[in-house]
Design a protein around this ligand. Structure first.
Ligand SMILES: Cc1ncc(COP(=O)(O)O)c(C=O)c1O
Length: 446
């Protein structure tokens, strides 16, 4: 029997949640049902997802910043077709492939000149793991310092940089020496950490994925000075902020920083194929690959695969061609809600917060999807913040759709009792019916 993927999808689309319940993460399925996110999307294009009835949903989440250039971009699609048509040799391993060389060249052309050596991998967290290894190898330091509220990925090294118990609970012991976290903008606290001169790396996100917070001071500039003073390498995690998301090519450029290492992933390959990268100075790179017998001391089988590399080349071209970086001042936005003044609303707010601090924001996000078919997400655990990460291709029409919908949802929030608070009520019931309140707010990533 001939394998026919189109036929399989046509026959079985709609079974998504049953399949996942049976074979994958059934807790995620349960949670998606509670928050009304259990949609079946059948198609995607640009800034829109379409369900089985071909109804459009405005995607203001972009797969957590994967689809900066929009979904299913024709240029990236064509690059994939070309790789397949050419029957290229792929992952020979004991060769040097052309496409990985070309993508490294293309990246370095778009990056400050000191970041001239590239390592390719498959994800953001893998890029961070590699960056931490590079920093240890280059400095001899063992410790890594990060910022409070950081998110760097969920494999063990990256996870160890995070203070958020919602992610770390049950997975300890974490990496020794990775437990120092400095509040954003607290330069004295950072000095106290780095002055021992045994810190290999300070890891920052210039705009944090969690909560969308950024520095309001000259913290990053002074942090870089401290790094230079104490022999610590500065790693800028550009997995989410990189490649145009914040209105510059990289987040660190808002402060004219010169990080020693940056990490990239997400939108790097335009949304089809996993791809991550570490970019650093040649001298740092060579401290890891320091001798011939260490030439593959850090490596990964799929790291330079042709599909990812071709997609990366195409995606960078699209970012340039469509001038996506200069559209606006950044599209990584947190919208923070505050306790209402009116008595009844205040009580309802307090009840939700008693169960879990994120439920109000979750209520807004749920109604944005159910009523207005706009996909957004809460910005992190235990916070009143919703996050929007639209694709960088959006225009006035999409902005108006979002603003009008949010206005409508917030107006509805002022009616108590009312349909909005009914959603909140359902969350409370689901939380009280489950072992732990946390079970109703599971889909938080960065
Ligand atoms: C800033 C940042 N770093 C690292 C990661 C981890 O990337 P990945 O999910 O590809 O491992 C993320 C993911 O959301 C992120 O936002």
């Amino acid at each position: 029997m001939a394998f026919d993927l189109k036929e399989i999808i046509a026959a079985r689309l709609g079974e998504n949640y049953q399949l996942h319940e049976r074979h994958l993460n059934r807790t995620l399925v349960q949670a998606q049902r509670v928050i009304g996110f259990d949609k079946v999307y059948a198609r995607a294009e640009g800034a829109y997802l379409y369900d089985m009835d071909n109804r459009p949903y405005l995607d203001f989440l972009s797969g957590y910043s994967v689809f900066n250039i929009g979904r299913n971009h024709p240029v990236v699609k064509q690059a994939i077709r070309d790789v397949l048509d050419l029957d290229l040799p792929n992952m020979v391993q004991m060769d040097c492939s052309l496409l990985s060389g070309l993508l490294a060249e293309a990246l370095t052309k778009r990056t400050p000149s000191h970041l001239n050596a590239v390592f390719f991998c498959n994800s953001g967290t893998e890029a961070m793991e590699g960056a931490l290894k590079f920093a240890r190898a280059a400095t001899g330091g063992k410790r890594a310092v990060s910022l409070a509220s950081a998110f760097h990925g969920l494999s063990l090294g990256s996870l160890s940089l995070m203070g958020c118990e919602s992610f770390t609970e049950g997975f300890g012991p974490l990496m020794e020496g990775f437990d120092a976290r400095v509040p954003l903008d607290d330069i004295e606290a950072l000095d106290r950490q780095l002055c021992s001169r045994d810190v290999a790396a300070l890891v920052i996100e210039t705009v944090q994925g969690k909560g969308c917070q950024t520095s309001r001071t000259d913290f990053f500039i002074r942090a870089q000075e401290l790094c230079r003073k104490y022999g610590t390498l500065l790693i800028s995690d550009e997995v989410q902020t990189g490649l145009g998301r914040t209105g510059k090519m990289f987040g660190f450029q808002h402060w004219n920083l010169e990080p020693d290492i940056i990490t990239l992933a997400k939108t790097l390959s335009g949304g089809y194929v996993p791809c991550g990268a570490i970019m650093t100075r040649r001298d740092i790179y060579q401290k890891t690959f320091s001798r011939m017998d260490r030439c593959v001391v850090h490596s990964t089988t799929f790291g330079r695969n042709n599909l990812a590399m071709a997609c990366g080349l195409a995606a960078l071209e699209v970012i340039d061609d469509e001038k996506l970086v200069v559209r606006g001042k950044g599209l990584m936005i947190g919208i923070e809600f505050h306790e209402p003044q009116e008595f009844k609303l205040k009580m309802a707010w307090k009840l939700l917060h008693k169960i879990d601090k994120v439920l109000f924001a979750q209520m807004i996000v749920t109604q944005m999807l159910s009523k207005h078919r706009i996909l957004t997400q809460v910005a992190g655990h235990a916070m009143d913040v919703m996050k929007i990460l639209p694709p960088l291709i959006i225009g006035e029409k999409e902005v108006d759709m979002f603003v009008n919908a949010l206005d409508d949802v917030l107006t509805e929030c002022r009616k108590f009792p009312g349909p909005m608070w009914e959603i909140g009520n359902n969350f409370v019931k689901a939380a009280l019916g489950s072992k732990r309140a946390a079970d109703v707010r599971p889909t938080v990533s960065a």
